[in-house]
Design a protein around this ligand. Structure first.
Ligand code: NAD
Length: 370
């Protein structure tokens, strides 16, 4: 794969309704669940209008059955005005980070979608829940296990739902892999080999700043490989051994450049994973089973993922991953059902991530403790 000038977006590209008062949403709403089949659309406030919001999430609203963009939160007034015109958002539904709490009385907003640098996820999830809104928060959930627990606690205390933006958990090829893993059509999984990497550009971006990003490639894209091993096995890793290398110590002074790690699962499955911010071409999920294999390459892209098993190629239609993810969460809210990408799911990834960093630091295998 020759990807000379790809930025992160290019790389990924290869391969309750308006009118509900915030006070009502504090409890009364759930006493009479509405069925999503009525195609009710929930109002979404998008927080952070950067690359992902601009290029993936905003267009996804056009394809969403159960979500509509009704408010935005941005620190840049010009951007707010531009979005307001482009997407027909009323000027009184544009907020900044200081006026965020006013969302509480915005009756057009049912849920808040947080698309900010990682270190801001915890603060804005908690503020959104306290404002009486459900929260969809981008991955990684937060920069620490402690922050993940605080976010879960805040949403529970406010009786609001929390979901993490794990789009691959709705992607049809991934769902097919999970189905094969569960029905054991190819036998039980014996070993997994997964990885996700890309060559990062601008050395001044927040992704290379530890305070804002929490970590490097592992937190940003390695998390896809990590989580795929968890949902393929349906188990949590018990022991992790990791190793890090830096070939550009200046650029990656604050965050990890490249990491490989080995995870052992209770059934005996071993998963070998890798991630990097310093090369392209690693984007795969391979599972070796008793009687065959499952191979996805590319595995974690927005479009173009490919699945082959030892029985042949599997071609599946992939609807917009962000519309699917938002609609799935809206249905959980409308039907008062738990989300499969809950805060607890994000916490489990973060437990493993902290174990990986601990293993690198101590140069020893680390037990993952819940
Ligand atoms: P980005 O840098 O393009 O956008 C970040 C936004 O946050 C910008 O609008 C910026 O103005 C705003 N911001 C507010 N305070 C900031 C500060 N102190 N420093 C920097 N920016 C600040 O980033 P992005 O690529 O849109 O990523 C945002 C989040 O979405 C991250 O958590 C990332 O992991 C996640 N993400 C998820 C996927 C996915 O496939 N699910 C893909 C890309 C990004």
């Amino acid at each position: 794969m020759n990807l000379p000038n790809f930025n992160r977006r290019d790389f990924l590209n290869t391969s309750v309704s308006a009118g509900l008062a915030a006070g009502l949403a504090q409890g009364g709403f759930f006493s009479a669940p509405t069925h999503a089949s009525e195609n009710k659309k929930l109002g979404v406030a998008l927080v952070g209008l950067g690359s992902l919001s601009t290029n993936q999430i905003a267009p996804a609203f056009q394809k969403s059955a159960n979500c509509k963009l009704t408010a935005i939160v941005t620190g840049t007034p010009d951007k707010g005005n531009m979005w307001s015109e482009k997407y027909g958002i009323g000027r009184d539904h544009i907020y900044n980070y200081n006026s965020f709490e006013k969302l509480a009385s915005d009756e057009t907003v049912d849920l808040v979608y947080i698309v900010l640098p990682n270190s801001m996820h915890a603060e804005y999830t908690i503020r959104a829940a306290e404002a009486g809104k459900h929260v969809l928060c981008e991955k990684p959930m937060a920069n620490s296990v402690a922050d993940c627990r605080d976010m879960i606690h805040a949403c529970k205390s406010a009786n609001r739902k929390l979901a993490i933006g794990y789009r691959c958990q709705y992607e049809p090829h991934h769902l097919k892999c999970v189905e094969l893993a569960r029905n054991k059509e190819l036998g039980a999984i014996k070993m997994i080999d997964a990885g996700f990497a890309f060559k990062i550009g601008d050395p001044k971006q927040w992704r290379l700043n530890k305070k804002l990003a929490g970590g490097g490639a592992l937190m940003d894209v390695g998390i896809y490989a990590l989580q795929a091993c968890r949902y393929l096995t349906g188990e949590e890793p018990t022991i992790i051994t990791a190793q890090e290398t830096k070939t550009d110590a200046a650029k990656f002074a604050q965050v990890d450049e490249s990491i490989t790690w080995l995870m052992q699962f209770p059934s005996g499955v071993l998963a070998y994973c890798s991630t990097s911010y310093n090369f392209n071409g690693l984007n795969r999920l391979n599972a070796y089973t008793e009687n065959g294999f499952v191979r996805m390459d590319p595995a974690f892209s927005y479009v173009g993922n490919s699945l082959e098993t030892s029985k042949g190629k599997v071609a599946l239609d992939v609807p917009d991953q962000f519309a699917t993810e938002m609609d799935a969460f809206a249905k959980c809210i409308l039907e008062d059902k738990p989300s499969k990408v809950s805060g607890e799911e994000g916490l489990k990834d973060m437990l493993a991530i902290e174990a990986i960093y601990q293993s690198i630091e101590t140069r020893a295998s680390v037990k993952v403790v819940a």
